[in-house]
Each structure stands twice: as C-alpha cells, then as structure tokens.
Design a protein around this ligand. Structure first.
Ligand code: ATP
Ligand code: MG
Length: 472
C-alpha cells in the first residue's frame, strides 16, 4: 500500500509491530488512520486491532519507548490507550464480533477474527486494515472495497444499512459528518437506511450527538451537513428549533426569505473567514428567534422585531439542551446573537462618535468577531447590493478604528466602580448603585464629560444627589 508516513509515525508503527511479533499476536492498523493516510489527511490518532489481548500489546509497546508512556485501560470497552509525546493517540483493541439485540443498546461482544472486527465497522472506508504481521507487513486488507469508495468519494455501510444504523444509530450522524468533512456523497441505499432509521437517534446520548454536530460545524462547508441532517429528518429530532427556521410564507404578495437556508449561507460565509467554533454557533443561532417574533404588518410585510434580544435569551436554553458548555463560550454566543444588528445601525450617514463609542464599548474584545458575523450575514444574490453592504461595513470599521485610536474604548473600564459608589453614599449592593454607575458610563461614552476620574467622580456625586442620596 502506498501511503506517506512521517518518520515519527514509522517509528511508532514499527514498535507496535515488534511488540506484536514478540507476543506472536496478529495485529493490524485499522479504521480512521488507514482512511486518512490514503487520503493524505492529517491525523494524530491511530487504532490497532489484534487477535487476542489488547492490553498486553499496549503494555509491551509502551515499554519500547523511553520514558515509557502510561497505558490507560478502559475495561468497559476492552480498549487500551497510550499517548505519545502529547500528540499521538494510540488505541489498541482486541478483534471482536458483535451481535445486537433489538431491545438493547449494548451489543453482545465476544472475541473474534480480524474479519469479524471489520464487519462491525461503520463504513467501507473505515473498515480497511493494514497488516503489521511479518508474513504480509503493509498489506491492505479491504473486504468491502473501501478503496474504491474512497476514490469515488462515497460513504457506504459494509453490511445492510438499516441493520447497521439500528445497531448503533450514532452511525447516521457519523455518515453525515464524514460526508461533510470529506466532501463525499452518501450512497443511495445507505441514505435510504438513514431516512428509514432516523427515529432511532433518540436512544443516543446528547453528548455523543453534540460531538458529531460540532465536528460538522467545524468542517470547511458546514451547510453540507446541515442540509443532509434536515433532509434525512435527523435535525427535526436532534435540534428541532433550527428546523423551525425553514420555509417562507407569502401574504398579499409579500414573502420573506427561507431563514434556514439563509442561516446555512451565513454559516458557510463565516466558515470561510473563521475557524472559531463558537462564532460558528453564533452564526447558526443569530436568527433563531425569527419564527418566534415573526409578524405580518398590513401594507408593510413581514417583520421580526426584537429577534436579536429574544434570540439572545434563547441561547442559554439551547446550550443546556444540547449539553454545550454553560460558560464564557455560551455568553459569547449570546452576546453575538444580541448584537448582530448593531453595526447595521451604524452604516448610515451622520453617525456620531458617541454611537461608535457605544458599539466599541459593548462589543469590547469581541468587536472583530461581531464584524465578521455581520459581514457573513450578507446573503443577497444581488452582487451590487453585496458590494454596497460590504462597503458600508468597511466604513463602520474605519469609523471605529478612528474613534478607538482617539478614545481607547475597547478595553476601557469605567473609572467609577460599584465599590466607589457604595462607599461614597454608604449604600449596599442595590439597584441605585447600578443606575449611578450606568449614568456615569453613559455620560463618558456620550462625551458629556471627559474621560477622566475627577470629572466622573463629580458627575457621580450629582447623580447620587439627584436620586436622593447624600455622600457620607
Ligand atoms: P475521526 O477520528 O476523525 O473521528 P475515525 O474514523 O477515526 O474518525 P473514530 O471515532 O476515531 O473515528 O473511530 C475509529 C474507527 O472505529 C472508525 O474508523 C471505525 O472503523 C470504528 N468506529 C468508530 N465508531 C464506530 C461506530 N459507531 N460504529 C462502527 N464502527 C465505528
Ligand atoms: Mg480516529
């Protein structure tokens, strides 16, 4: 088999082969590593299958390195894992035979031959093995003609599709994920199997589903995956809110765009500019509240007033449901959704410095991300329009750059903190503290008082008195 291995990969594989020979244990490289090497894709994890005890093979392999890496053993899965130089993940598994019963998610597993092991793999392109044995070292063992499918760019299950997908429904998402990552087509029989088995996805844990979803989102052209998820019926089960974006309604000749396909276009546009998974999530969710805020106004057409604020409020719930993190990543996505219309408001003539300062302050360090999202949000088919909108944002960027150079707003912290206000007026944490703080901040951003501590302090005193408080 003609594959390109790096020096380091060769060293590692030879050590595994030596260990296998020492134990007289039939061993193969298998699965994703073989596929990716043939495709010349970067990979950092390799799976080895052996006939017999995988832990022993892993331990003997580890002992051939100095210092010897530790071997992790996952008893439930019968797999052993070694990490080499913090970058290569080696996984060892004993060849097995699986049989599934209809009512259980867990297959019956028993030791088997390498052929048995290849039979239980998800796709023909993932079922190829390369021998590490003395008698036929380097030989490709490809029982389902995966190499042909790699050439033809086809995703196909080795055995009957409905059986394969009901045995482990996650494979449906994996099919779509591989099709998206590799730009492959799902073979018609395999596709029909997904459509027929889509309901079964509900038995899979949310974490595993979301893992696959994130891999689709991280691909070069994520819309490919979402389109397939939608058409197969899977998206309706795993992320129904997103499917509500689909479709366009017409009344009195007024229509609106199909917000599902608009969202996918925004996601693809953004993916061309940024690898940031969370900014990509912001693209997916930026219009998520359009169905909830949609109204028809007589003589005017469709409106989606407030969809950015409502959408922002939906983000934590969606993240919780999808078991995405509830941390600063989520808050970033929420902020992007809430702010996604703000720069458009600044594309008009006669925009004041204070409006620009507000955008810079509110966006803070996420300013560039926000602008990328706004630019990706332009999906008009009219080239002239696209050009004009992009120029408008270019103008906003220029204004922001000028104002930032002058006033340094992006990393600015208002000098009057809640602490200072509480100490000055003898207040405990309460609403008026926030009101005074905001008033001082607003006065500075509006240029009503200069960006200096003393001016801010004086203004705070005035504001406090207005609200009926006296300084201590
Ligand atoms: P990637 O590493 O990019 O996710 P991969 O193909 O290596 O791709 P892994 O999850 O690392 O995927 O799995 C390694 C191999 O194990 C696969 O190539 C496939 O042969 C097999 N495999 C993984 N998951 C399944 C599954 N759900 N059903 C059947 N075989 C699977
Ligand atoms: Mg892998």
């Amino acid at each position: 088999m003609d594959i390109q291995l790096s020096k380091e990969e060769l060293v590692i594989i030879n050590k595994v082969a030596e260990a296998a020979a020492g134990l007289n244990r039939e061993t193969y490289l298998v699965g994703g590593f073989v596929r990716d090497k043939i495709l010349n894709r970067r990979t950092t994890d390799a799976d080895f299958v052996c006939v017999g005890d995988a832990l022993e093979l892993a331990q003997l392999t580890a002992a051939k390195f100095s210092p010897a890496p530790s071997v992790e053993y996952f008893k439930n899965f019968g797999t052993a894992h070694i990490k080499i130089n913090k970058q290569f993940d080696l996984e060892f598994v004993g060849a097995r035979k699986e049989s599934y019963s209809r009512n259980s998610r867990k297959p019956d597993v028993e030791p088997g031959t390498v052929a048995d092991d290849q039979n239980r793999r998800d796709f023909t392109i993932n079922a190829m093995a390369i021998s590490l044995n003395k008698n036929d070292f380097g030989k490709l063992i490809d029982p389902f003609n995966g190499i042909q499918d790699l050439n033809d760019k086809i995703i196909r299950t080795p055995l009957e599709p409905v059986q394969t997908f009901s045995d482990d429904p996650l494979r449906m998402l994996r099919a779509i994920r591989f099709a998206t990552q590799l730009g492959f087509t799902i073979e018609p029989g395999t596709w029909q199997g997904i459509v027929d088995t889509a309901d079964r996805i509900s038995i899979i844990s949310q974490e595993r589903i979301t893992d696959e979803l994130n891999k689709i989102i991280a691909a070069a052209k994520p819309s490919l995956g979402f389109d397939l998820l939608y058409k197969s019926g899977l998206l309706h089960i795993i992320f129904p809110k997103m499917t509500e974006l689909a479709g366009a309604e017409y009344i009195d000749g007024y229509g609106h765009k199909d917000n599902f396909y608009h969202t996918l276009q925004v996601l693809d546009n953004l993916a061309e500019k940024s690898d940031d998974l969370w900014l990509r999530w912001a693209a997916i969710l930026h219009d998520i509240a359009k169905p909830a805020t949609k109204k028809f106004e007589d003589g005017h057409g469709w409106t989606f007033h407030g969809h950015e604020a409502v959408g922002g409020r939906m983000v934590p719930k969606i993240f919780a449901k999808l078991k995405l993190p509830q941390n600063e990543k989520m808050r970033f996505v929420k902020k992007m959704v809430e702010m996604h219309l703000r720069p458009i408001g600044l594309t008009k003539e006669n925009i004041t410095d204070s409006a620009i300062r507000r955008l810079l302050f509110d966006a803070g360090e996420d300013f560039e991300s926000l602008m990328m999202l706004c630019e990706a949000d332009i999906t008009s088919k009219n080239k002239q329009k696209v050009k004009r909108f992009l120029e408008n944002f270019q103008f906003v960027r220029m204004r922001c750059k000028d104002v930032e150079e002058k006033d340094h707003i992006r990393n600015w912290q208002p000098p009057i903190t809640g602490e200072i206000i509480m100490q000055t007026f003898g207040l405990s944490p309460s609403k008026p503290v926030g009101m005074i703080k905001d008033a001082v901040k607003d006065a500075m951003l509006d240029g009503f008082i200069p960006n200096e501590f003393d001016a801010a302090y004086q203004f705070m005193l005035v504001k406090g008195k207005e609200l009926g408080f006296t300084p201590l």
